[in-house]
Design a protein around this ligand. Structure first.
Ligand SMILES: [Zn+2]
Length: 265
């Protein structure tokens, strides 16, 4: 029975319930969570610290889909001698796409991931939100081969599309205190106001929780993430499936379900 893990990939639909399972892997195996969301925020923060407010368009050539040379970017930003100049350049590139609401290209997501993964000496890690396309997956596969990084397993948090939709569409959040509600299972007062003592903020629906956005994220899972998983499965990475739903949801039952799926109990 394997009890030591270097790298586990947690995959699943957005809203499937990945975080509680990730917490188990972090606590039980001493892995560090590496999330794409955090990676993007880290590099954006790094660039934003520069307080550069000019237009970023001159850094990118739309017609050939290329940024200026790195040395040129550093010179224009006046950061050639900064220690974290490489990180700032990555941050600028990410910001270029994000600010325009554009899809971040796989090649850039790969560079950001590699840089963040290198910062933690390639593990031990739980990868969360990466890889999510075939291009990202084959990049990770080659990186793992090159750097001798063991990709131990995929933990697939499985959940039904309809359940995810129902859960997300009914979700309400208090912008004041962060309390999370659900119109059916845990309604705010009058379906509207936060019930936390001394808060009573007016709850809102996150802009990500509309049916249209949920459906497009589910679609992305089926068309992109699933093939990515198949790619790794075909190369011998075991997939352990754990249900995103539990009859009773406690830290103990979550842990038990993760262990059972990984044949650890
Ligand atoms: Zn509140």
């Amino acid at each position: 029975m394997k009890t030591k893990y270097e790298t586990i990939l947690v995959m699943g639909k957005s809203g499937a319930g990945k975080q509680p399972r990730i917490n188990v892997l972090v606590e039980e195996f001493g892995l560090k969570q590496l999330s794409t969301g955090d990676i993007f925020r880290t590099y954006l923060r790094c660039f934003n610290a520069l307080d550069y407010t000019d237009d970023l368009k001159p850094f990118y050539n739309e017609s050939d889909g290329r940024f200026l040379e790195e040395s040129e970017i550093k010179e224009r930003l006046g950061i050639s001698n900064e220690n974290n100049a490489d990180d700032m350049v990555l941050g600028l590139k990410a910001k270029y796409f994000i600010d325009q609401g554009k899809f971040v290209p796989d090649s850039l997501t790969n560079s950001l991931f590699e840089s963040a993964f290198l910062d933690m000496d390639y593990g031990p890690a739980v990868l969360d939100g990466y890889p999510r396309t075939i291009e990202q997956t084959s990049f990770l596969w080659e990186l793992a081969k090159r750097r001798d990084i063991p990709l131990d397993a995929i933990l697939l948090v499985d959940n039904d599309d309809e359940l995810i939709k129902a859960r997300c569409v009914g979700r309400r959040i208090c912008p004041n205190c962060g309390e999370v509600y659900h119109l059916e299972h845990k309604p705010p007062r009058n379906n509207r106001y936060c019930t936390v003592e001394s808060c009573s903020g007016e709850t809102i629906q996150r802009s990500d929780d509309t049916l249209e956005k949920i459906q497009s994220r589910l679609q992305e899972f089926h068309t992109k993430v699933r093939p990515a998983m198949e790619f790794l499965k075909a190369r011998g990475i075991p997939i352990y499936t754990v249900s995103g739903n539990l009859p009773e949801f406690t830290p103990e039952t979550v842990k038990a379900s993760v262990f059972k799926s990984m044949h650890l109990s």
